[in-house]
Design a protein around this ligand. Sequence first.
Ligand SMILES: *Cc1c(COP(=O)(O)O)cnc(C)c1O
Length: 402
Amino acid sequence: MDKPAVCGGIPVREKKIYYGHQYIDEADIQAVVEVLRSDALTCGPKIQELEDKLCRITGAKYAVVCSNGTAALHMACQAAGVGEGDEVITTPITFAASANCALYCGARPVFADINEETWNIDPEQVRVLTTQRTRAVVAVDFTGQSVELDPLLAHCREKNLVLIEDGAHVIGTRYKDRCNGSIADMTTLSFHPVKTVTSGEGGAVLTNSEAYYKKLLLYRAHGITRDRGQLVHKPDGPWYYEQLTLGMNYRMTDIQAALLISQLDKLPMFSRRRKEIVRAYDEAFGKLPQVIVQREIPESDTTRHLYILRLNPDRLRIDRRAFFEALDAENVCCNVHYIPTYYFPYYEKLGYARGLCPKAEKLYEEIISLPLYYAMTDQDVQDVIRAVERIALYYGVQGTSI
Ligand SMILES: *Cc1c(COP(=O)(O)O)cnc(C)c1O
């Protein structure tokens, strides 16, 4: 395989562009400074304000914000009652946290293959892999496109499973006439800087269930409560509290909450721009037989967190690695989401082997995540498109059929 240089002599752009970047404005900075000048850096009023806002935006009844998306997944699994001997079904095309949360609880992750066009977990595979031990399904809205919630929910109801939606990519997306976050039993969010809105580090669990909500509050803060209604013993005095279960310290600070409250004001704007960029990419790449664009289900009105280009190996003389390097040579610096979780040595040691999910494994061989973020200029978008077109044409081969 020839090592790709710059196809057209000089790169499409001089300055490197990366696959993601946060957007912070003066209002965000002011919001953070205000908290720094206030009395409460943590456990203050910004937490409830943020939780109320997340409920308003998504339509969920309850929100529990926490230190990050991984903590949110851990708490959701605990609230779902996931424990020793249980199985949790998830996808391998995700960040490792989607499966690690089952391991934290002593359960075994079971990997279900994806739909080869939408790249989300295949509800039929979930059905096939469900056993007496299955306790929950962690379904990831990969790239921000909603998973097929109706069939997943129907299956979970029938088999008495808890549906946890890993919505780290999903904020701003709607499934049918409702926002994601108000539909599954619990939906987890992440506010890491590469995600659509950020609090630096941060996460949340959304739910419509009061029972889950109460458990999540306990797990977030050591299992400790001051709620008089929940105490087992008679209070010794006004200072009294009790630890009822084994929880963690997964709290978010008010500094982070203030940043996110301000970021959420910009969500409609972020969402609009991301959709514009995705439309431009889809239109350009839809015309190139050398690449394949992600299919969207009609039920999902998607705010894309990631834009993933799939290469069509039948129409290219180079593989993904060479294509990736060719983009790099054009100063378009990409990424790959994701390495199948069970490829990692830790999972190999637990007994997982390659071959489990053939469609996911094939997808992994062929994908590249292109730059997608609010602050990209039209010129940036055009540069990315030109770079992909240039490489696709330069290294393209004629197909045998139309
Ligand atoms: C980012 C991400 C997480 C973890 O979120 P953190 O806030 O980084 O802990 C979990 N699942 C998916 C799919 C993610 O993209």
